[in-house]
Design a protein around this ligand. Structure first.
Ligand code: NAP
Length: 249
């Protein structure tokens, strides 16, 4: 541990599994106090809190649906009451509901836009208040390489992730004068539950296009988050950092 996030308070959405849980672990290891949310995995959230508390970290889990505006406001109020402030917000919660365009249901479209895109508005809108009071902060939005390049079968997801990139740049321009930074991370193909369902044929095709010739690990995304959350990146805002093994090169 290098203490890169010492004395900072972070809020991470979707911290119960995958990339989110890796971010929570890394942030705690770098000395941050970490609040994180979960929705349908209470046991995993509790286990993560117990694991990090045993290591001396200050970590707390909150059940909160990131797609809901009012629930996000209540969450931010609870975290601010418990931790006093929010210095870092990571909008990580996300889902996929893949289908070819002609078969995609209205429900599949709406659900992905709500959970993957509206959530980013919900949390940013409310957490900004604390950051404006502190005259500083770092917002990190987890996008995806498919938000840049598109992907057959993922029109809903790609639209949400591309939306995140435009949102990130706009917020960066709006709050930069208050020393609040807003950046996006675009992961490529990372090994989590989300990509578990992909068949081997698909994986092989993906690997051929990845210069590093392997899938990424959740912790490798978490390390990029530490950089953007910490004072190592104080002059970086409005940017998208790809963590994709070179996939988009
Ligand atoms: P994952 O393993 O499926 O985990 C998703 C997380 O999001 C879980 O902790 C889940 O919590 C939470 N979540 C889902 N819906 C939520 C909601 N409405 N409110 C609050 N939390 C919610 O996915 P992942 O692979 O770690 O993905 C994390 C982020 O990275 C997503 O934004 C995803 O789009 C992005 N990403 C992933 C990849 C990849 O290859 N894996 C690539 C590019 C981008 P519960 O289980 O408690 O419900």
């Amino acid at each position: 541990m290098m203490g890169l996030l010492k004395d900072k308070v972070a809020l991470v959405t979707g911290g119960s599994r995958g990339i989110g849980s890796a971010i929570v672990r890394r942030f705690a290891a770098e000395g941050a106090s970490v609040a994180f949310t979960y929705l349908s995995s209470p046991d995993k959230a509790t286990a993560l809190c117990d694991e990090l508390a045993a290591g001396g970290g200050r970590v707390k889990a909150y059940r909160s649906d990131a797609a809901l505006f009012d629930e996000s406001e209540a969450l931010v109020e609870a975290v601010t009451a418990d931790f006093g402030r929010i210095d870092i917000l990571v909008n990580n919660a996300g889902i996929t509901r893949d289908n070819l365009m002609l078969r995609m249901t209205e429900e599949q479209w709406d659900e992905v836009i709500r959970v993957d895109l509206k959530s980013v508005f919900n949390l940013t809108r409310h957490a900004l208040k604390s950051m404006l009071r502190n005259r500083g902060g770092s917002i990190i939005n987890i996008g995806s390489v498919v938000g840049v390049f598109g992907n057959a079968g993922q029109a809903n997801y790609s639209a949400a992730k591309a939306g995140i990139l435009g949102f990130t740049k706009s917020v960066a321009k709006e709050v930069g004068s208050r020393q609040i930074r807003c950046n996006a991370i675009a992961p490529g193909f990372i090994e989590t539950d989300m990509t578990h369902g992909l068949d081997d044929k698909n994986k092989e095709a993906f690997l051929a296009g990845i210069p590093l010739r392997r899938l990424g690990q959740a912790d490798e995304v978490a390390q990029a988050c530490v950089f953007l959350a910490s004072d190592l990146s104080l002059y970086i805002t409005g940017q998208t950092l790809s963590v994709c093994g070179g996939l988009n090169t």
